[in-house]
Design a protein around this ligand. Structure first.
Ligand code: HEM
Length: 444
């Protein structure tokens, strides 16, 4: 039995704990006020949870821009002060000109070595090193090779649509385009044919879907709010950001590598690039390739890297990490984008007609769809850009400052270690930048 004395002690301890917690969370609440900078007050987790549940993430991000606070203002993420920026010139400074001050996103350590070695989780020199290694995967030369794979996979999409149309049945666009995307990634990046379009229960698709279905506000909160040292005590499979839950994608990659090594056959794909970077004898060749490819996607070069990092070959863990990342991030973003493009064209038949005309002309000129044909297609480019404006698969960006930084003449200082939040989804719907933002208008 709990006697009155013990009960009093427990009650006192609980009160002290919650008082401390309340103070701890609110300790920076006057940070921006003291500096005289306009700011969005800290939102309690409960309020944020309710708002996100009621309205969804996109309207929440949009609301960050609807404030009357100007284009740069303070905010909070939990107890941490952050700076929110929606001014294009400042964003160019942060993301391009002064990138060396803002090279990092947030650290999201999971305790799982593969998940923690993926490009999206790396910072500083390690990020630059891995980014330089994978960059040659995106050159025009390799995109041209991918053209025939994409054409083959898209035949199944057409057959499916024709069949459903003859039967008078609707098409599950996200399912169809998701399977198409997975086929293209597996085939073009890993030389693996999976034909998920004809197999709705395909393991690749169901697993990757499960990853994104299980990713919600509560899991995000757990991942971001709990300190890294707590996660270190828990099995890494508990961590919401350990996307490859039961190691399916890393096992698939290991098997493909094993087969390639057994047959000795070389491929012209992403996995081969990584295998070369991990191979003692081919590593130097890979470095030359990274430096030679002048039409590289982005302008990341490894010049500034210390020699010990520049000449360090890729480890097996690092190789697997980039492969798992490609399977996962390539799938959801691309499938969502194609689905919204189809939707936008369906509800805007005029745009659809213009695009069909351009596609017919491209077929006449090039005989088939190819990287070069697509590069010339201005209507297609405009349609996809407008779709990504209205329905971006990722609604915000962020950067962390590695040095104290003054945002031009705004009087706002981003302290070392402070995050800058960039609510891209909100910026896309700002009438000052995009007139009549709710209208789908590829000609804008
Ligand atoms: C329409 C399709 C896509 C969209 C809208 C999209 C969007 C994005 C965004 C917003 C970022 C964050 C950039 C930043 O923080 O500066 C990102 C990063 C990344 N994306 Fe995508 N993405 C798409 C397709 C893909 C595909 C197909 C792949 C690979 C197969 C991919 C691989 C990556 C990787 C590896 C990163 C991290 C880059 C780095 O840290 O340097 N994405 N993507």
């Amino acid at each position: 039995m709990l006697d009155i004395n013990n009960f009093t002690w427990i009650l006192a301890a609980v009160i002290v704990f919650f008082t401390f917690l309340k103070w701890y969370v609110a300790r920076n609440d006057d940070y921006w006020k003291k500096k005289g900078i306009p700011y969005l007050p800290r939102m309690s987790l409960l309020t944020m949870h309710r708002m996100l549940k009621r309205e969804g993430t996109a309207p929440f991000i949009k609301s960050l821009c609807n404030s009357n606070l100007g284009r740069v203002y303070g905010g909070f993420e939990g107890a941490d002060p952050i700076v929110i920026v929606t001014e294009p010139d400042l964003l160019r400074d942060i993301l391009v000109k002064d990138f060396h001050i803002f090279p990092n996103r947030r650290m999201m350590e999971t305790g799982d070595t593969v998940a923690d070695s993926a490009l999206n989780n790396l910072t500083g020199e390690q990020w630059k090193r891995i980014r330089t290694i994978i960059t040659p995967a995106f050159t025009s030369k390799r995109m041209r090779v991918m053209g025939s794979i994409i054409n083959d996979c898209s035949k199944t999409v057409l057959e499916m649509c024709e069949k459903r149309s003859e039967e008078g049945k609707p098409v599950d666009c996200k399912g169809l385009f998701g399977a198409f995307t997975m086929d293209v990634i597996a085939n073009s990046a890993f030389g693996t044919q999976i034909d998920s379009q004809n197999d709705p229960n395909n393991e690749f698709v169901t697993r990757v879907r499960r990853v994104f279905e299980g990713f919600n506000f509560t899991t995000m909160l757990l991942a971001f709010a709990l300190p890294v040292w707590i996660w270190k005590f828990l099995p890494s499979s508990f961590h919401p950001l350990k996307f490859d839950r039961d190691d399916f994608f890393r096992d698939v990659t290991r098997n493909v590598i094993k087969k390639r090594k057994e047959t000795g056959r070389r491929y012209n794909d992403f996995l081969q690039i990584l295998m070369d970077a991990a191979d003692e004898t081919r590593h130097a060749e890979h470095l030359d390739l990274a430096e030679d490819e002048t039409d590289r996607f982005g302008s990341i070069v490894n010049d500034g890297l210390s020699p010990s990092l520049k000449y360090k070959k890729l480890s097996e863990t690092e190789l697997l990490a980039q492969c798992v990342l490609f399977f996962l991030v390539g799938y959801e973003t691309t499938a969502t984008m194609i689905t919204f493009t189809a939707y936008s064209l369906a509800v805007n038949p005029d745009c659809q007609e213009k695009l069909i005309k351009e596609i017919d002309e491209a077929f006449q000129k090039h005989g088939e769809m190819s990287h070069d044909a697509v590069r010339e297609m201005k209507v297609l480019d405009a349609v996809i850009s407008e779709t990504l404006r209205m329905h971006p698969p990722l609604g915000s960006l962020e950067r962390t400052a590695v040095e104290k930084y003054e945002l031009r003449n705004t009087g706002i200082v981003v302290e070392k270690g402070m995050r800058v939040g960039i609510p891209t989804y909100g910026i896309h719907y700002d009438p000052e930048f995009f007139e009549d933002p709710e209208t789908f208008n590829p000609e804008r």
